[in-house]
Design a binder for this molecule. Structure first.
Ligand SMILES: Nc1nc2c(ncn2[C@@H]2O[C@H](COP(=O)(O)OP(=O)(O)O)[C@@H](O)[C@H]2O)c(=O)[nH]1
Ligand SMILES: [Mg+2]
Length: 232
């Protein structure tokens, strides 16, 4: 008996869709597990997410809030107040905060709001565009350098004995650099040595560095998992 070609095609289509669905669900579960594990690490802590426009702050916040990536993309933040999110973990809460973005033409406008978050945080996650740092983009290098110097001055201005926030530098958009897909570890060490990350990390009490991408689910899970290695 001959099975018509279109029936075979439809069968293959259904099978392929099934496989894709299973893979997608497995990835989602993986991401959910990773997020849960990391969030447990900072139970009771305050986490500030800082960084310039378009670096992935809102995406990271949404992922940590337990949304999947498609929902994360839809998350909007009130342009006037920024976003704050409290997550209960057992008897403790984690408080995440993202300040609303300031216009790019006056970078110093961001500092007032950032400082409030910085001084009131246990962890400061500073996001920057790893692809642009890798390329040596002059504007990005200058701006990130300025931001990190600003953080340093805030640390220095703290009263003795006051708790010091732990800064974690997070390079995003690595998916835009072909080198990252070829050898992620090598790309990360390149960013670690790059200006202004190397000096900036030293100035900030040897800030840790995570490099990756929030552009796809699998990459996001990896980035968040490596972030977890530095939460202590
Ligand atoms: N390709 C890629 N896109 C990203 C990455 N991080 C964020 N995006 C996208 O960049 C856009 C801005 O992200 P968003 O989280 O709103 O940045 P924010 O301005 O810092 O809050 C969104 O469309 C994200 O999906 C990344 O690592 N790689
Ligand atoms: Mg945002």
């Amino acid at each position: 008996m001959q099975v018509p070609a279109n029936v075979i095609k439809a069968g293959v289509g259904v099978l392929a869709t099934g496989v894709i669905t299973v893979v997608t669900l497995a990835l989602k579960q993986h991401l959910v597990r990773v997020v849960h594990k990391v969030n447990k690490l900072w139970a009771g802590k305050r986490v500030a997410i800082l960084g310039r426009q378009w670096v992935g702050k809102t995406t990271l916040l949404a992922l940590l809030m337990g949304q999947d990536l498609s929902a994360a993309r839809k998350t909007t933040v009130d342009p006037n107040t920024g976003a704050s999110f409290e997550l209960r973990i057992g008897k403790k809460t984690v408080r995440f905060r993202v300040r609303h973005d300031q216009p790019g033409w006056a970078p110093e406008l961001a500092y007032k709001g950032w400082r409030e978050e910085f001084d009131d945080a246990d962890f400061v996650l500073y996001l920057f565009r790893a692809d642009l740092i890798a390329r040596g983009d002059r504007g990005t290098v200058a701006l990130v350098e300025r931001d990190l110097n600003e953080f340093k001055s805030w640390l220095e201005q703290r009263e003795t004995g006051a708790p010091v926030p732990k800064v974690i530098l997070i390079g995003t958009w690595a998916d835009r650099s072909p080198e990252f897909a070829k050898d992620a570890a090598k790309f990360t060490s390149r960013i670690r040595k790059a200006r202004p990350i190397k000096l900036g990390a030293i100035k900030l009490n040897k800030a840790d560095l995570v490099v990756g991408s929030l552009g796809a689910e699998e990459d996001s899970a990896k980035l968040i998992a490596s972030l977890g290695e530095f939460v202590r």
